[in-house]
Design a protein around this ligand. Structure first.
Ligand code: BGC
Length: 898
């Protein structure tokens, strides 16, 4: 028998570990092959799924056995067995064969449970309180004259007690809210997720979570409770002064069912219904933008535990389910990811303390406070301090970001439960110096998958700053910013940052969730929207914004190799393509550009013609759609989209490209888009790239790109032989540049290149966020070009790697890692004297082309002294020594290209 070389590890279903509720059509399996030598490729796999908890060997009923499938695929493997039973638990395992045909042992089992039937699986009713009937106390001390204060309402506490004869064998809590919920069972918080059930267009889709609560139940009396708050459903969201809040409804409601299975298989249901009681209590208001106010004197001690006498609690309002689709949350939960200690605390007198957490972040402050009953501790949040060392809050616009706690007279740990703030600084107004202050950093649980180090500390800092921008904004949806009265899922921002986001962190499940929001926000015309989830406006999506509906699914497929995202959104994408074509039959996209943000926030004025930008993005969509159609099994459409792309390309060239490679307007973004989207005739590409360099030179080696061009700027320079210019822009310290932000103390990427203008002070408070990730889309270049971690064009899911590092001054070395779906890809390079050395470590189950740049490519050798398989001598860049490599470590040495 051959030695076994490969083992399947990291089993996941729908990009989640053992999900407790997953829609049947999302059930997709993935794993990684581990171990093995330099030829360790997976030649086949076998997946077995059994109903229940026992694997087949232990007598479980097999629901699907794929048999041995000859394939190297290890992600996006769809379930093809008999219908999955709603609410049931399934166990699965996989074994794989290596290239020599040796089979691994079966993996340890993994599991998934199936989403409840959206129509018949929810006997529960929506429950809540009536603010008018149940809240006799005045809305706020500030008085009803303040419209914000009078809109803020206390959070309902809801409870139900029930009896169990025996401890359960298994118990699941399925729960959601119109608003936000925190579930409690017998005094304990259920789960560790925040801001649940998350933000969707509740008119179209309501997500719920499932929790394993078996260990929280006991024989005798049990109490299930929940606190619910306005959240995105009823609270303040966005910036529309005419409609600042209550976008989907006016008061929060809860829907829950606890399914308890006894050892003998008997099922008991505890559902939200008229038997529940409720009251308003300690949380006097809770709002995402405004903050939270708690009066600890009103905490109903023990309310969520057995033995509590619910005096003064009222019957809840109760209405049956209204048929709105309930779906299991496909995304990762928002969690407290870390607690960060202050870098400094400064007393400002008058009981005011300014805490600097040393990092702009998203979450809230937790502290311990003691003081007499009735004393108030107030926590304000800001991203930055003004010249006097006070919090600068003007850029928050109408968002308050203030939490307030009225003490009960006993020492207490204070923290809000239903709000989020974007801040680096907090001002704490307290009777005594606050104790144990930490920032609770909260965001969607997206694991880091990338790392980057190099010889220049500022570039490492840029990398961290980009990642913190992502962490601060990936909160259930990708928001533009986490602090001011906006926090919307702007499609343009997400589109330009998506590839960087995927390298930095595992966002497969995160984007799976948000792409449903993008689909829900699509208008009947076929137009994608500017932001998703949608509020009440019905704008057509602007160019580079609406186009995200094609670009983001394509990016997710490329990075994770799972075609299901393409199939799921295929109809939406084709409707978008028809929407554009309908009004723009000539191939130039000049009509129906929505709000046309064009090259948003381009420094020095946005001089790119809107028709040029729009047409370029449309051509890009069409090119991607041709690839998408093939991957989604629609070859006829692929041919059609290739024809559409060709039509747009000719129209673009006729309208905007001159015979000598000049692109109309001459802006950097015009060149970048024309080159990136393939809209310059092949023979003129170098001329056009040279003109891009001229435009950069004319700006004294500064960039002038806004949101729509910035992400492609460095990649375009590098792919046309101008790595030196890419590095020059990266190292530029004058405004506008990334390094300028860092030099001004940025710890997250700013919204504007000049958020702090060179003369000091702040750009207009009307729009000046210090945490907007879009301009951080340069992160993609750090991974794909600087380190060279990329994949072959046309491939997806990192099975066919392309490693093509781009060394450049002032760097002398760099190293980094990307944990792909096939496993970690690590690279490092160093220039020592005249020698360039590139080292890579590749996971099993990949092939790789390594292109090592050199002044003389034929002189490059691999670690065993072998010359390259071929040498490429392009006219427009360094020579490259081409090697073919497989799993394992490799090193290459040659004459340095820099
Ligand atoms: C947001 C942006 C968004 C833009 C649309 C702004 O208010 O903050 O990030 O993409 O509007 O132009």
């Amino acid at each position: 028998m051959e030695p076994v070389t490969l083992t399947p590890v990291g089993l996941r279903c729908a990009h989640l570990t053992d999900p407790l509720s997953i829609a049947p059509d999302r059930v997709r399996f993935s794993w990684r092959a581990e171990g093995g030598g330099s030829d360790s490729r997976q030649s086949g796999y076998q997946v077995q799924v059994t109903q229940g908890t026992a694997p087949p060997a232990a007598g479980g009923r097999v629901a699907w056995d794929s048999g041995r499938v000859a394939s190297s695929s290890c992600s996006g493997i769809s379930y093809e067995g008999a219908g999955l039973r709603r609410g049931d638990r399934y166990t699965w395992r996989v074994r794989i064969w290596d290239s020599a045909g040796a089979a691994s042992a079966w993996s340890p089992t993994a599991s998934f449970e199936v989403e409840l039937d959206p129509a018949s699986g929810w006997p529960a009713s929506w429950i809540g309180l009536d603010p008018a009937r149940d809240n006799p106390s005045p809305p706020s001390e500030a008085g009803p004259s303040d419209p914000v204060d009078s809109a803020l309402r206390p959070a309902p506490y809801l409870r139900r007690s029930f009896a169990l004869a025996e401890p359960p064998a298994l118990a699941r809590l399925y729960i959601t809210a119109l608003g936000l919920y925190e579930a409690r069972l017998n005094g304990a918080r259920v789960g560790n997720a925040y801001l649940t059930p998350g933000w969707t267009d509740y008119r179209q889709r309501i997500l719920y979570q499932a929790y394993d609560v078996t260990a929280l139940l006991r024989p005798g009396e049990n109490v299930l409770g929940a606190v619910i708050a306005d959240g995105w459903y009823a609270g303040f969201v966005g910036f529309d002064a005419k409609r600042p809040r209550a976008h989907y409804g006016s008061a929060p409601e809860l829907l829950a069912q606890l399914v308890i299975t006894s050892a003998s298989g008997e099922v008991t249901l505890v559902i939200t219904d008229s038997q529940w009681q409720g009251r308003y209590a300690a949380i006097r208001h809770a709002d995402l933008l405004m903050g939270e106010r708690q009066d600890l004197r009103l905490s109903p001690e023990g309310w969520d535990q057995p033995g509590f006498t619910a005096d003064g609690w009222r019957p809840v309002l109760c209405r049956p389910g209204d048929g709105r689709p309930l779906a299991a949350d496909p995304g990762p939960p928002v969690r407290v990811i870390e607690s960060r200690r202050p870098a400094s605390i400064t007393a400002r007198g008058d009981g005011k303390f300014i805490v600097d957490f040393g990092q702009n972040l998203t979450g809230w402050v937790q502290l311990r406070a003691a003081g007499p009953a009735g004393e108030v501790v107030r926590v304000r949040h800001a991203e930055i301090l003004d010249g006097d060392g006070a919090l600068y809050t003007e850029n928050l616009r109408t968002a308050r970001q203030v939490d307030e706690f009225t003490l009960a007279g006993t020492p207490a740990v204070l923290e809000p439960r239903f709000t989020m703030h974007g801040f680096r600084y907090a001002q704490i107004d307290a009777p005594a110096p606050p104790q144990d202050v930490v920032a609770r950093v909260a965001h969607s649980a997206i694991e880091a998958t990338g790392s980057f180090e190099c010889s220049q500390p500022w570039l490492e800092q840029l990398f961290r700053t980009i990642d913190w921008g992502q962490r601060g904004n990936f909160i259930n949806i990708p928001t533009d910013c986490p602090q001011r009265d906006e926090r919307l899922g702007w499609l343009g921002d997400a589109q330009v940052f998506a590839r960087t986001a995927c390298y930095n962190r595992d966002v497969a499940a995160f984007f799976a969730k948000w792409l449903d929001d993008v689909g829900d926000a699509q208008l009947p015309s076929g137009s994608f929207s500017d932001f998703a989830p949608r509020l009440h406006v019905e704008w057509a999506g602007a160019p580079a914004w609406g186009d995200a509906g094609v670009i983001v699914p394509w990016t997710i497929w490329k990075m994770y190799g799972d075609t299901s995202v393409l199939r799921r959104h295929y109809g939406a994408m084709t409707a978008w393509m028809e929407f554009i074509e309908r009004d723009n039959p000539s191939g130039l996209r000049t009509q129906n550009l929505g709000n046309s943000y064009n090259d948003w926030l381009a420094p020095g004025g946005d001089n790119t013609p809107p028709g040029l930008l729009a047409t370029a993005y449309w051509a890009y969509d069409a090119t991607l759609m041709a690839e998408i159609a093939l991957a989604a099994g629609q070859p006829a459409d692929a041919a059609r989209y290739r024809a559409t792309a060709a039509k747009i390309r000719s129209a673009f060239m006729a309208a905007y490209v001159s015979p000598d490679g000049e692109v109309s307007s001459g802006t950097q973004t015009a060149y970048v888009l024309a080159l990136h989207m393939g809209l310059v005739p092949d023979g003129r590409r170098q001329q056009a790239a040279a003109r891009l360099v001229d435009a950069i030179r004319a700006a004294d080696w500064h960039l002038t790109t806004g949101f729509a061009g910035v992400g492609y700027l460095l990649p375009v320079l590098s792919s046309h032989g101008h790595d030196d210019v890419a590095y020059r822009l990266l190292a530029q310290q004058g405004m506008p540049s990334w390094r300028y932000m860092l030099d001004q103390g940025a710890t997250t990427i700013w919204e504007r290149w000049d958020s702090i203008p060179p003369g000091g002070g702040f750009e207009t408070a009307a729009m000046n966020s210090f945490n907007h990730y879009a301009l951080g889309s340069v992160g993609e270049w750090l991974y794909r070009y600087l380190l060279g971690i990329d994949q072959e064009p046309g491939s997806a899911g990192f099975g066919q790697l392309l490693l093509h590092p781009r060394p450049g001054r002032p760097l002398t070395w760099a190293r980094g890692r990307y944990d792909s779906v096939r496993g970690p890809v690590s690279c490092s390079w160093a220039v020592t004297g005249d020698t360039f050395r590139y080292e890579v470590s590749l996971p099993p189950n990949v092939t790789a082309t390594v292109r090592v740049p050199a002044t003389d490519a034929s002189a490059v050798r691999d670690g065993t002294g072998q010359p390259p398989a071929s040498v490429s001598v392009p006219g427009d860049g360094p020579q490259e020594a081409v090697f073919l490599a497989g799993p394992g470590p490799h090193q290459f040495t040659g004459p340095s290209p820099i």
